[in-house]
Design a protein around this ligand. Structure first.
Ligand SMILES: C[S@@+](CC[C@H](N)C(=O)[O-])C[C@H]1O[C@@H](n2cnc3c(N)ncnc32)[C@H](O)[C@@H]1O
Length: 275
């Protein structure tokens, strides 16, 4: 079984990505999540046994497994066949009865009941209806949402150049990084979707073969383009979804990412709280 991103230590001593990679449980990404949960939902393992967590777009299941180890009744939702097979392999090789996975579109999260902690990592920017989805999360989350996502820059001249950026500047910057002060994601011009500002990102062609989409293990699933909200619009959408406190957390970049990660990659970790 070929894992692509999550290095998980199994009960038999084997690691899903092998010895050359840092274990997910030791990564700054995970320790930043753990310390944030400790801050806002302190409690023993026994107390956490009564709480539920959900990991949306869980890929190979590392985050879901770590949440189960903290004591939460932990569910990971993932659309792709290959990814969910890896999640189930992880479950079989960890002795965690409170670890569960479901193969589904994350938009159906309401079918799984309410959760105390919602984890939405690397997923929101793969949806074409992020504001509606944040509302669904808000309706379904009792306390804490941890959201790691790209956002769209409000100003970037390159995204007003259409085909010139898509077929000339973008590919050149991808190869050479020439004058690439911010990563060139070949986004659309600034526009509105669901009443909020942002930019479109093309995931795959609308007439793409379904089998190929299934094998694009990290991509969007039921929409061929996704909408990246501007940061201000995203924080407003989080407030509108019922989270009255919205913070930004920077620990996740740890020492494995460059200092200017958030600015260069237009990506951050939000902590949204109902209090
Ligand atoms: C970029 S990966 C991020 C995975 C993981 N959360 C992480 O941060 O390592 C996006 C994941 O979301 C899944 N995904 C994308 N759209 C989905 C949808 N509508 N419903 C369920 N899963 C989806 C993909 O299959 C993939 O596993």
């Amino acid at each position: 079984m070929q894992f692509t991103a999550h290095n998980i230590l199994l009960n038999n001593g084997k690691k899903t990505l092998g010895d050359d990679h840092i274990l997910f449980s030791d990564s700054a990404v995970w320790t930043s999540i753990k310390s944030t949960i400790d801050l806002f939902l302190p409690g023993s393992r026994e107390e956490r046994n009564k709480l539920r967590s959900v990991d949306l777009g869980c890929l190979e299941g590392a985050y879901t497994a770590e949440l189960a180890k903290l004591g939460f009744d932990s569910l990971g939702i993932e659309a792709r066949e290959d990814n969910i097979a890896k999640c189930n392999y992880v479950k079989e090789n960890l002795n965690l009865p409170n670890l569960h996975f479901a193969q589904d579109d994350v938009r159906n999260v309401a079918n799984y009941g309410k959760f105390d902690v919602t984890l939405c990592y690397g997923l929101l920017y793969h949806l074409n209806d992020p504001v509606d989805f944040l509302k669904r999360i808000g309706d379904n989350t009792n306390k804490l949402l941890l959201l790691n996502t790209h956002f769209a820059p409000e100003r970037d001249i390159r995204y007003r150049l259409g085909f010139l950026n898509k077929y000339v500047i973008g590919p050149i910057q991808k190869r050479t990084h020439f004058l690439e002060y911010q990563k060139n994601y070949r986004l659309s011009a600034l526009t509105k979707n669901e009443g909020f500002r942002g930019r479109w990102f093309k995931e795959w062609s609308p007439n793409q073969d379904r089998a190929k989409i299934e094998k694009s293990l990290w991509a969007s699933y039921n929409n061929n383009r996704s909408f990246w909200l501007c940061k201000k619009d995203l924080t407003q959408a989080l407030h509108d979804a019922g989270f009255n406190h919205v913070f930004e957390q920077f620990n996740y970049t740890g020492d494995i990412f460059p200092d200017n990660y958030t600015q260069h990659y237009n990506r951050t970790m939000f902590v949204a709280l109902k209090q």
